[in-house]
Design a protein around this ligand. Structure first.
Ligand code: SN0
Length: 315
């Protein structure tokens, strides 16, 4: 694997998930593979799980890691070609990314969408600026439109906890207090569409995802109906794609509660975290045995390690 930018780089998603499950049985089996190699993790946005799990995965493979909180610990970066740099941005991506590339064998990047300019966000403007200016492999740690490390973890976790070959997996929109990216939902949808599951998306009208990601998934606007016979409920808020970056309706009644979980086939509850308790999901669900959010987060380490191993094998 050269880069890990989206599902397109994953090859067979079920096979990659199985590799992550195998790594979990012995995470130090390849603890020399990355010896004398360095991964630089660049964050333009906050992170807890991605930062720690990707770093841990690299360390398990014997790599060194360096974290850069871009714009906080470093100069503000200019991305536009031809910019006259007389403002607050001291360094251009052409030099900035190229220099980081000189110190790194693998680069990880987190760069959220603006949620203002849809065309620019969906062109993956910042991620592609890095790709243009570095020669080393790049790992997407959540970009403007997708979060593939999360989706690989999600599929891995579904396989670990599924009692069936082909479980019913429901991605449910959940309420939030502020507009969030569509990335986790987009990515989950495109991975589930490639996995051997029955996939349903439920959201209020106005929260349709870009069809490039939702694909052939069944969309049901009635949350109760969608939950019927579900084996996994995956909750996530996202802002509107059509009315780009806006909250088109608050829909507080879409919060995941025990009443709704009881409509399912004894489903497990999943969320990528962080989650707003008693806004997106009620305490009674997060604190119940149905919730596997901590186990899911723990799997981030093994999913990241499966990806880094594929890249190190390629180097
Ligand atoms: C991010 C998102 O894409 O929705 C990261 C999820 C892995 N989530 C947030 O930004 C949550 C922020 C908040 O205030 O709740």
């Amino acid at each position: 694997m050269k880069n890990f930018l989206s599902v397109k780089d994953a090859g067979n998603v079920e096979e990659l998930a199985q590799k992550a499950i195998a790594i979990k049985k012995d995470r130090f089996a390849n603890n020399n593979l990355g010896a004398q190699k360095t991964m630089v993790l660049i964050f333009l946005n906050s992170s807890l799980r991605t930062r720690l799990s990707t770093q841990k995965a690299a360390l398990n493979l014997g790599m060194n890691t360096i974290i850069l909180n871009l714009g906080q610990d470093s100069w503000n970066m200019e991305y536009e070609n031809g910019a006259i740099m007389n403002g607050d941005k001291a360094e251009h991506i052409k030099e900035g990314a190229a220099v980081i590339g000189e110190y790194a064998d693998i680069i990880g990047i987190r760069c959220f969408p603006s949620l203002v300019d849809r065309e620019k966000d969906y062109s993956e403007y910042i991620l592609s600026k890095f790709l243009e200016n570095v020669k080393v492999p790049v790992v997407n740690m959540e970009s403007a439109t997708v979060h593939p490390l999360q989706s690989l973890t999600d599929l891995m976790t579904i396989r670990e906890y599924s009692k069936k070959e082909k479980p019913k997996v429901v991605l449910s929109w959940a309420p939030h207090i502020k507009p969030l990216p569509q990335c986790v939902a987009n990515s989950f949808a495109e991975w589930m569409n490639k996995a051997d599951v029955e996939f349903v998306i439920t959201h209020p009208e106005g929260y349709e995802l870009n069809e490039k990601f939702s694909g052939d998934a069944t969309i049901i606007y009635d949350q109760d109906e969608a939950f019927s016979h579900a084996d996994f409920i995956y909750a996530k808020n996202w802002s509107s794609y059509n009315d780009y970056g806006n909250i088109t309706g608050e829909h507080a009644d879409w919060m995941i509660t025990n009443r709704k979980m009881q409509l399912t086939n004894d489903a497990r509850f999943m969320h990528c975290l962080p989650t707003r308790r008693n806004i997106e999901v009620a305490d009674e669900v997060l604190d119940s045995a149905a919730s596997i959010v901590i186990q899911q987060a723990a799997n981030r380490e093994f999913a990241a390690q499966a990806v880094l191993k594929e890249i190190l094998d390629f180097l």
